[in-house]
Design a protein around this ligand. Structure first.
Ligand SMILES: Nc1ncnc2c1ncn2[C@@H]1O[C@H](COP(=O)(O)OP(=O)(O)OP(=O)(O)O)[C@@H](O)[C@H]1O
Ligand SMILES: [Mg+2]
Length: 376
């Protein structure tokens, strides 16, 4: 069995205490010094200060100011911002909650990798499939030293060239169909680097595109038009992730492709303890007390058992509700937390659930809210 990279106890190292929200950075332009032109003193008018949304946010009682927020910031060009962001992506270490089903799934992914088998994660939207794969890629890189990780999220318009790569027309005219004219796609990169490739939402691809995965998965080779067939370096690993096929927008996973995924990992809505931890972990702003966190969980969980709901709320809704409630509580300290939660729940749930035909979302939502929080 492969070595696990983290233990249960060190899984969330982030400071769970209340953290400061960084205020938006603005460039202030110093007024130029001009010689004062002497003129008759005008009668003093009361000053009317027009606030823009940034100033309102900065002066709001719930957005904490950093001491240096008023200093002039260097205005970065788009290129500089782009480079800075590329760098920080590399440095950002992903931390996740790794209990219950997530820990078991991660173990299985390591085992599949070690046995040269291809796993696929299946679960409803917002359950943590992509997050777990990203975490797996990071752990794999820490263990093996190979940090090659490529991924693509499939949809109807994804073509084989998006995976394999394509020829730059201008260079092709000059140099012909040569390697110099070829822009390698993410699948080729992962194969040549012996890295990890994640086929996210793989069943949203058409059968035509799905079929381009057959050869890499069976033979570990891939044919590049005009160049030849390349073989994957050792270490190449492939993970699929998808929503269950009965969901709208998905295609049938072709039998041949289905047969090449040998380890099926089903993820479902997590147990109460795990989901509450995930909600808390993803709320770095203003924490909500445990009893409110539990009510948030109960509201979200109720959407999953309600007989009039077709698509329930995902983890994202619980996270959103906790963040909103925390910020609103900070702003309105005198308000009863239950009341704040009652007011905000429908704002989060309205678009997050889909009711069965003929049922109004509003009715179902207020029914759930009064079941969990009591009637207003
Ligand atoms: N184990 C976890 N620890 C911490 N946060 C998590 C965990 N699992 C999921 N999340 C959070 O839940 C949210 C949804 O997760 P994610 O995007 O991975 O879901 P998904 O299953 O890939 O959804 P979709 O099917 O819509 O693509 C994200 O905000 C993510 O940070
Ligand atoms: Mg996803």
């Amino acid at each position: 069995m492969a070595k696990k990279p983290v233990t249960k106890n060190n899984q969330i190292k982030k400071d769970q205490k209340e953290t400061k929200a960084t205020p938006p950075k603005v460039t202030t332009v110093k007024p130029t010094t001009q010689k004062p032109i002497p003129k008759k003193p005008a009668p003093q008018k009361p000053k009317v200060k027009v606030l823009d949304n940034l100033s309102i946010l900065k002066s709001s009682p719930y957005i904490k100011q950093k001491n240096d927020s008023k200093t002039t910031q260097k205005h970065l060009s788009l290129k500089e911002l782009f480079e800075k962001s590329l760098l920080s992506q590399k440095e950002d270490k992903l931390e996740i909650v790794l209990t219950g089903q997530y820990e078991q799934a991660l173990d299985l992914m390591f085992e599949a990798d070690a046995s040269n088998l291809y796993p696929i994660l299946v679960g409803p939207p917002g359950i943590g499939k992509t997050t777990l794969c990203r975490y797996y890629a990071q752990s794999r890189a820490e263990i093996t030293g190979n940090d090659s990780f490529e991924w693509i999220t499939f949809d109807e318009s994804t073509k084989p060239a998006h995976l394999i790569g394509s020829f730059n027309p201008a260079t092709t005219i000059q140099k012909g169909f040569s390697f110099e004219a070829f822009n390698p796609g993410p699948l080729i990169k992962a194969m040549l680097n012996g890295g990890l490739f994640l086929a996210n939402e793989v069943n949203r691809a058409t059968e035509y595109t799905q079929n381009s995965l057959l050869e890499p998965l069976e033979e570990k080779t891939l044919s590049v038009p005009h160049i030849g067939r390349v073989k994957a370096s050792s270490g190449f690993f492939f993970i699929g992730a998808m929503n269950p096929s009965e969901l709208v927008g998905t295609h049938r996973l072709g039998e041949a492709l289905k047969d090449r995924f040998n380890v099926w990992i089903e993820l479902d809505y997590p147990d109460k303890k795990t989901e509450m931890k995930i909600i808390e972990h993803n709320n770095p702003y203003y924490k909500v007390e445990e009893s409110i966190l539990e009510k948030i969980y109960l509201i979200i969980n109720r959407t999953r058992t309600h007989h009039q709901i077709q698509t329930p709320a995902s983890l994202r809704s619980g996270i959103a509700l906790a963040r909103l409630t925390g910020v609103a509580q900070k702003r309105n300290k005198a308000e009863e937390p239950n009341k704040i939660l009652r007011n905000l729940a429908s704002n989060v749930l309205f678009g997050a659930i889909q009711t069965k035909p003929g049922v109004k979302s509003k009715d179902v939502i207020s029914n759930i809210i009064s079941q969990v929080l009591g009637s207003a």
